[in-house]
Design a binder for this molecule. Sequence first.
Ligand SMILES: Cc1cc2nc3c(=O)[nH]c(=O)nc-3n(C[C@H](O)[C@H](O)[C@H](O)COP(=O)(O)OP(=O)(O)OC[C@H]3O[C@@H](n4cnc5c(N)ncnc54)[C@H](O)[C@@H]3O)c2cc1C
Ligand code: SF4
Length: 523
Amino acid sequence: MANEKVDLVVVGSGASGSVYAYALAKAGRKVVVLDNGPDRPLGDLISSDIWGRRLKPAGGAILLGGKNPFAYANQGAYAVGGAALHYFAQFPRYLPTDFKMKSEHNRGHDWPISYEDLAPFYDRVAADVGVSGDAKAEEKWRPPGKAYPMPPMKTFPAGEVWLKGAEATGIHLVPMANGMNSQAFKGRAACLYDGWCHVGCPIGALANPLVTYLGEARKAGVEVRGLSNVTRVLTNQAGTRAVGVEYYDANKERQVQEASVVVLAAWSAQNPRILLNSATGKHPNGLANSNKLVGKFMMTHHIAGTWALFDKDITPHMGTVGAQFMSYDRYAKTSYPSAFGSSFITAGTSHKTNDYSLARADLFGRELAVFMKRAARGLTHLTIFGEELPNIENRVELVSEKDEYGMPMARLTHSFDADAVALWNANFDQGVKIGRATDAKEVWPGKGPIMPTSHLHGGAIMGTDSSSSVTNSYGQTHEVPNLWMAGPCIFPTEGASNPTYTIFATALRGAEHLAEHWESVAL
Ligand SMILES: Cc1cc2nc3c(=O)[nH]c(=O)nc-3n(C[C@H](O)[C@H](O)[C@H](O)COP(=O)(O)OP(=O)(O)OC[C@H]3O[C@@H](n4cnc5c(N)ncnc54)[C@H](O)[C@@H]3O)c2cc1C
Ligand code: SF4
């Protein structure tokens, strides 16, 4: 069935897609957003780990392979609003060095833009969605920018106890920048510090798309269709232009949404899958893929966590799931003599009952109960995210198995290389060193047999050269000018800090460029 043709169809309503919907609607374009998840009101976000499971992706359309399979079920999204409906909203930036890895170290890739190109968009996003933090304190590590619109979030003892250990080991902690309201902001409530952000914030204190860009887009007339599973981008006979998308609606009926411009914002795993499944005689490798780079250079952060147990009550349950403090003191790519890549240190997130049990996975029965009683008063965590270099073998590709819509599933193959393992180990040493310099009674590395993965990037990387990248710096594909990509899929390297502030900033830059050049792109 065909729907009325629109100016723009956006596939995915998460952080990146919501920005395109907002910016193009504001520029007067007729926009439809399609998302395969349900459209939930804020009141559906129930502060419970069991109810929160509904927000995780259903089905198994992505198979996982490689030595270090990606934690898809933890990180993928399944709702209008995407993963940012229930993220932790840590909002650090990338640093200038992230944009120049190739020219500074002859490793990985350079971005086709610099930090300076993105800096005004970081400031704009902060003012749009609401960020709490201390910009001046961060400017120890980055060029100056505007102040955040809100002061930093409150801190609690479970975060503050790390300050002593950090200082003693030469690590400077500053307030974490968070996409959360430390005070009422644009009609949205201030945070209650009850730490349930990971299952969504029902009062709108967390900067999720429903209460920020997607909410504004809806007010500007954008139609958002949930339970709409996009399977292909459709092209004209010559293969030179996208003409719309094919999708399956809530009744599993095939639909076509025609549009002058298509933006794929379905995240790093699904965007390449849709491009590969859009192959035609004119594009036998899939769309925008004559150089066979679609689905390649998938990257994820690894995590080295340190637990510390105090004998006093440090209120581990209080605060937000976003950390209280952060440091870029190990961010330089050559920070450790034994490893290469950036590391980003965060300290003091609030914990729930199941976190206490996960902290000592080796304990059972009575021993576990005794530990959990102590943990509920005295447990805290320091997390160090580490960077993985782009590796062409880490990839998304189609397989012969099909999903319920008859669309080929994809396999996401991921393995960490020796550089990543060395950095992970160095980050454990760093974390334990900080922990031992606190007043904690016990300190231990949260190291198990699995090397944890977090945040997914790559799959349609941007660059200046069409032979070595899929899109230009705005996300416009080199091969099909009215087909654009949004989100972390276009990142050529991943830094080590959480990506969503940079996802918002790159999407806003791309969306405003599209709005400004609409006539030449949409024809
Ligand atoms: C628990 C958790 C905590 C996190 N904490 C942080 C944090 O503190 N800081 C940070 O920076 N990042 C964090 N992240 C990561 C962050 O949320 C994501 O990087 C970001 O939201 C990705 O945005 P996106 O727009 O690229 O994709 P998504 O948010 O994944 O949006 C893509 C959308 O596309 C839809 N979709 C997929 N396939 C199709 C299809 N075929 N047809 C139609 N629709 C489709 C999905 O339903 C989804 O809504 C966290 C993630 C999780 C899960
Ligand atoms: S801690 Fe704050 S942001 Fe998180 S769910 Fe509670 S009120 Fe919302």
